[in-house]
Every structure is written in C-alpha cells, then in structure tokens.
Write a protein that binds this ligand. Structure first.
Ligand code: FAD
Length: 430
C-alpha cells in the first residue's frame, strides 16, 4: 500500500486525506496545531459556555467540490441549505430590503428576484440585470487587466448599485475592496452564482460549530479507512535528493517511510519548510477578517443573517443567544484596541438594528490577520499548480492555482486535485 503524508489539517488537507484514504492509500495527516480545521475551527468560549467559530463561514450552493466532500464524509446534516436564495439587507433604522428568488422556474426566478430588490431604483435594477446577463460575453483577456471597480463602472454600474449590491457581494466573496480584486476572478464567481441553476445562488451555513460540523466527520472518515491523524507536530524542513523529498524533518522526528507528500500549508508556511519552492514573482498580500461575537440579554433579531448596506460592518449572523458581527477587509481596524473595535461595531449595530448597547451581556473579538489572500490580477498568473518539480511532492491549499478566490471551495478543490494526481500517477505506473 502506497503511503502519503499530508501536511496541514485545514479543509485542503482533510480533503486530500479523505480522497486518498477512500482510494486505499495509507494516509498520515500531520497538523502543527492541537486541533484540526486550520482557518475554520470552533472552540468553547469558557466565559459564556458557548461553542463559537474563529469566524463565521458562509458556503454557497455553487461550492460543488465542498458540497461533494461534505456528502462523502456524511456531514450534510450539519449544514442548513437554503431552498431558494433569500438575503435580508439592512439600511439604517432597521429598514429591511429583501433579495430573494421568486417561486417561478430558473432563471426567471432570479431575474424577478433582482427586479424586486428595492435597495436600488427600478432603472438601476434594469442596469444590474443587464450586467448579469452580459456576464458570459465579457472578454476574459480584458477582465484580467481590470479591477472589479473599473469593470463595474465600464458596465454602467453607478455608485448606488455598487454600494447596495456589488460592494456587498464582492467583499463577501473576495474579502477585499473592489479596487484591489481582479475583475476576472469576480466575473468567474458571478457566473457560477447566477448562471448555473437554481441552487447555485443559495446560502449554506454550518448548523453547529465548524469543528463539529465537518472536522470530526472528516477525522472519522480518515480513521475508519485506516488513516492516521497526528496533531501538535510541525513540519520543519525537507531533505531533498535526486529531485525527490528524501526525508521530512518534524518537531519530533525524521520521516523517511513515505511514497508521496501533499503540502496544504499556506504560502508563508511552505516558504519556511522549503524556501525556494515558489516562484518569487508570487507576492501574496493578505486581508483580515474581524469577528465580534456579542451575547445579548434579549435578541430582537429574527432572521438567520443580515447584510448591511453602506456600513463598516458587513454581516450579522444570528445564533439566538448571541450574534456574530463580521467585518471583512478589516486591515485598517487591526491595530485598534478591542474596546475601540467594540465601540465602532455597537455604534453601527444600534444604527441599523433594534439592538441597543444596554442589551449586550458580553462580547468577544477575534482578529484573523491573514484570513484570505487578496485576489489581485498580478498574483493570479503565478499561483502554483499541484505538481511541483520534486517528483513526490504535491501542493494544495486555497492559494494554489484553482482559479478561485481564497475560499473553502478553493481549498477543497485543490485538496482533491492533489489527491487525484497522485492516484492517477500510481495507476499509470502500474
Ligand atoms: C475569519 C474567516 C472567515 C472566512 N470566511 C469564509 C467564508 O465565509 N467562506 C469561505 O469560503 N471562506 C472563508 N474564509 C476562507 C477559508 O477559511 C480558507 O480559504 C480555507 O479555510 C483555507 O483552507 P486551507 O486548508 O487551504 O488552509 P488552512 O485552513 O490555513 O490550513 C493549513 C493548515 O496547515 C497547518 N500548518 C501550517 N504550517 C504547518 C507546518 N509547518 N506543519 C504542519 N502543519 C502546518 C496550519 O496549522 C493549518 O491547520 C474565511 C477565513 C477566515 C479566517
């Protein structure tokens, strides 16, 4: 039985390990931290005795690879799937605007939904619809030279449409502002969301903490298929001989008994293990996400989540006794103290909802500094593919060349590609 070492236990690593274990490989997944999940995990907040996530994660109906993976590890019941797209947007004074697909058939249901989105004028809705219908016809080459803002303006999307629609979708999907993100990446996602059928535009939310929702199921799948998961062990370096990795040096040992390695660690971590592994033209910049978990004495919200129009705060997720407030593209707020951040957040929440400062019992702020990479045009062409010049080393991770932005779907797609490349190499050798 061929043995594969998978480095990293985030979505990409767990996906690689699951697919290899399913194909009968002897898999050993090694994770530096004391828990699985990477950038997606949950933990017990002792002050409130609540399981919370490091950051709220949204999946979408167009996350084909992720949904297949979740099904494979039998974790589907741990996610809430919308039947039809429905998002409540808020303006100040709790003015609510609904974006939902109607009951008629696709694509008419989405088109009618957009035409009824009253956050923008009727003429603006027509312009928005026209832009969406034009998506298949934009030149990919031209999109690769533009940022999202330039593209939207050329497509006659005015400030109001950008503020009330595109800005919210872009910051949610790309976690950066429209001046920095590649128009090509955004166009590709929009096509997946709006032009591929009814369920693609729907929202999928974990029903429990992220670790319960998927990590435990992935671990069970790997272990039931005779794989092994080792936590709290860091890969430090590789010894290379004849264009192959000969041994893996970890914080505890030297590993030499393996046939293949898949590294799923982020670029900055891979550079420590193998300094010249990556094209030095790939200059990744990161965008942070701030999550503010707020426990309430009384919760006046009744929808599962809300998008905020023209606010520093982008999303509010409602978990009943507590809410999670998400600020994407938050680099500018990182240096502020927790008290300052809380003040900004509560001020916005009071402005947009019926939640008042007096209703707050406790709060907890989580800063994820390198939450996602910025999908700018300059980096998209230098993202590495799964195969490397070392014959037994493959790469995966959301930052590798999946053509997707820094998302769970990119991580899962990369993990599966790396595993399948190994499986097909072995089949061809046999
Ligand atoms: C707050 C937040 C909110 C987000 N929201 C969304 C969202 O709503 N939707 C969405 O699709 N995406 C979202 N993302 C992005 C998403 O979480 C990531 O794209 C995805 O989790 C990346 O998975 P990965 O496996 O590629 O990398 P990681 O999750 O970073 O996994 C890499 C793993 O490698 C381990 N590692 C590193 N170095 C070593 C070493 N030397 N030895 C052993 N192990 C090592 C790390 O500990 C880590 O566990 C969000 C991210 C954050 C932080």
């Amino acid at each position: 039985m061929k043995k594969c070492i998978v480095i990293g236990g985030g979505f990409a690593g767990l996906t690689s390990a699951v697919y290899l274990a399913k194909a009968g490989y002897n898999v050993e997944l090694i994770e530096a931290s004391s828990k699985l999940g990477g950038r997606t995990y949950s933990f017990l907040d002792k002050n409130t005795n609540t399981i919370i996530d490091n950051g709220q994660h949204i999946l979408m109906g167009c996350y084909d690879e992720t949904l297949k993976f979740i099904k494979l590890i039998k974790a589907e019941d741990n996610f809430h799937f919308q039947k039809r797209l429905r998002v409540i947007f808020l303006k100040p004074n709790f003015e609510t605007l609904v974006l939902k697909s109607s009951l008629v058939f696709y694509p008419l249901n989405l088109l009618i939904g957009l035409l009824n989105y009253k956050a923008i004028t009727f003429i603006e809705r027509i312009k928005l619809l026209r832009f969406i219908l034009m998506l298949p016809f934009f030149s990919k080459k031209k999109l690769e030279r533009m940022n999202v803002s330039e593209w939207l303006k050329r497509g006659h999307q005015n400030d109001n449409i950008i503020k009330a629609f595109w800005g919210i979708i872009a910051v949610g999907a790309l976690n950066t502002n429209i001046e920095k993100a590649s128009a090509r990446v955004f166009a590709d996602i929009l096509k997946k969301i709006f032009l591929r059928g009814n369920s693609s535009a729907t929202i999928v939310l974990p029903a429990y903490g992220l670790s319960e929702s998927y990590c435990n199921h992935a671990q069970k799948f790997i272990e039931e298929n005779k794989g092994q998961i080792i936590l709290s062990e860091t890969i430090q370096s590789f010894e290379i001989e004849n264009e192959k990795v000969k041994s893996i040096i970890t914080s505890n040992r030297n590993i030499t008994d393996f046939d293949f390695i898949i590294s799923t660690v982020p670029k900055f971590a891979l550079e420590k293990i193998l300094p010249d592994a990556i094209d030095n033209k790939l200059n990744i910049n990161y965008s942070s996400i701030l999550s503010v978990h707020i426990w309430l004495k009384e919760n006046p919200l009744n929808e599962p989540f809300y998008g905020l129009i023209d606010s520093t705060v982008h999303w509010i997720f409602n978990h009943g006794t507590h809410i999670t407030v998400v600020i994407s593209d938050a680099n500018e707020l990182l240096e502020k103290s927790k008290e300052e951040i809380y003040d900004i957040v509560i001020h916005e929440i009071e402005k947009y909802t019926k939640i008042k400062r007096e209703l707050v019992d406790q709060y907890k702020i989580i800063k994820e500094k390198r939450a996602t990479f910025i999908p700018s045009n300059d980096i998209m062409k230098y993202r590495p593919s799964s195969r490397t010049k070392l014959m037994n080393l493959s790469l995966a991770g959301d930052w590798t060349d999946t053509s997707l932005p820094s998302t769970i779907e990119s991580a899962v797609k990369s993990g599966r590609t790396a595993a399948e490349n190994i499986i097909s190499t072995v089949v061809n050798e046999d």
